[in-house]
Write a protein that binds this ligand. Structure first.
Ligand code: GLU
Length: 435
């Protein structure tokens, strides 16, 4: 094919990014950090250290597509901080993922690991691609080349990826295999969230949703509410939202609304979540056409009169525009960054208790830590042991955050940041700066 500049420009690096109304995610992180840093009277040098990602890798990922053409994708991996241990965090595949978003997500991983007390730093990765338009073969080649490009970054003692938006156990298996081929031995501790047979942990897939359920119950207890008297709306019906909805329903809550990309589904008598999971699994993962519910919009779901609202989809869903209409007593952030800083202030004013992402969705990385420990020991735990330990760690983290928030008279979000920053700063002080 003759060289054609237009084709070249369209093919290289980026799919056209859909326009979305959002704040700069890294700045959103820093806004919360600032409040916590003031409370802690953080030294300015520490401030700079902890708000600066330790490394940002951007790599061109060429892939031979099924039609024989070469397409070059942008691959990103950000290591935010390694003071508490090797960096840990997922990889997302999305057409609109940006370096700033990955920087924010990597920082959130640092704080998340510190909040629950797992010995990891924070990292995050992304590839700018639209996986819904790629074949399994193209996705495999993309994943393997991305991994090969980052061989010096990844490693069980260095940086350990995991699934995130649009990545799953199969993708982790390809990362494991590519890395293992290069180091000439099977190294299953290099990724978490992989298939059980390759050294994955029982309970990892459900862990984020389970953690959401555990902290929700802890919050209901604090507010003197019984699960059986509570209604719940869940935004997002992926790995986090569907499991959170299922487990909250098992605890007696009435889940009246859920949503996915196809829209919202409402039933005032409570939805049959197991039936919906079953329906979606037979319908390419989508709830499109689910009959036992009334269709509602995503915006309506967020402003429903419910006790608990669980945004489990993506960033910037509760903003200054819709926060005044949110009626939930508790928001539990299954997603990373679903609430903007401006919305935080409005929700606080309206007396809504927000369980922040760095606590609420930390169940995933907690069981990732268990998976890494099991891989390194070559000894695997029962599901019961995984769940008991997860519940214990999430409960303890919730109580610690709650106490920190009470102590400083701040929201749970700022309480969680204070706790996390204090831990990482203490470790940094002890380690010192290598000169
Ligand atoms: N991607 C998940 C998160 O945002 C899990 C990260 C991990 O297990 O390393 O927490």
């Amino acid at each position: 094919m003759p060289f054609n500049r237009n084709v070249y420009e369209r093919a290289i690096y980026k799919e056209p990014a859909p326009i979305r109304d959002r704040e700069n995610p890294f700045e959103s992180m820093v806004k919360r950090f600032d409040v916590a840093a003031q409370i802690l009277e953080l030294d300015p040098g520490f401030y700079e250290y902890l708000t600066t990602p330790s490394r940002v890798h951007i790599t061109a990922v060429p892939v031979i597509m099924d039609d024989g053409r070469i397409k070059v994708f942008e691959g990103i991996r950000v290591i935010h901080n390694e003071v508490l241990g090797p960096s840990k965090g997922g990889i997302r595949y999305a057409p609109d993922v940006t370096v700033d978003e990955v920087k924010a997500l990597a920082a959130w991983m640092t704080w998340k690991c510190a909040v629950v007390g797992v010995p990891f730093g924070g990292g995050k990765g992304g590839v700018v691609c639209d996986p819904s338009k790629m074949s399994p073969g193209e996705l495999e080649r993309l994943t393997r080349r991305y991994t090969a490009n980052l061989l010096d970054v990844f490693g069980p003692d260095r940086d350990i990826p995991a699934p995130d938006m649009n990545t799953n156990a199969q993708i982790m298996a390809w990362i494991l295999d590519t890395y293992s081929m290069h180091v000439r031995r099977t190294e299953n501790a290099v990724v978490t969230g992989k298939p059980i047979i390759l050294g994955g942990s029982l309970g990892r897939r459900e862990a984020t949703g389970r953690g959401v359920m555990t902290v929700t119950l802890a919050a209901l207890e604090r507010l003197g509410l019984r699960p059986a008297d509570c209604t719940v709306a869940v935004q997002g019906f992926g790995n986090v939202g569907s499991i959170a909805a299922q487990l909250l329903a098992e605890q007696g809550c009435k889940v009246v609304a859920v949503s996915d990309l196809s829209g919202g589904y409402y039933n005032e008598n409570g939805l049959d979540i197991n039936a919906m999971i079953e329906y979606a699994s037979r319908n390419k993962g989508s709830l499109q056409g689910y009959p036992e519910a009334q269709p509602i919009s995503n915006e309506e779901l967020l402003t429903l009169e419910v006790d608990v609202l669980a945004p489990c989809a993506k960033e910037d869903q509760i903003t200054r525009h819709n926060a005044p209409q949110v009626k939930a007593k508790i928001i539990v952030e299954g997603a990373n960054g679903p609430t903007t800083p401006a919305a935080d202030d409005i929700l606080k004013e309206n007396g809504c208790l927000v369980i922040p992402d760095i606590l609420a969705n930390a169940g995933g990385v907690t069981v990732s830590y268990f998976e890494w420990v099991q891989d390194r020991q070559g000894y695997f735990w029962t599901l019961d042991r995984v769940n008991r330990r997860l519940d214990r760690m999430m409960r303890a983290a919730f109580d610690n955050v709650y106490q920190a928030a009470e102590k400083y008279g701040v929201t749970l979000r700022i309480g969680a940041y204070v706790l996390a920053i204090d831990k990482v700063a203490t470790a940094l002080r002890l380690r010192g700066i290598y000169a």
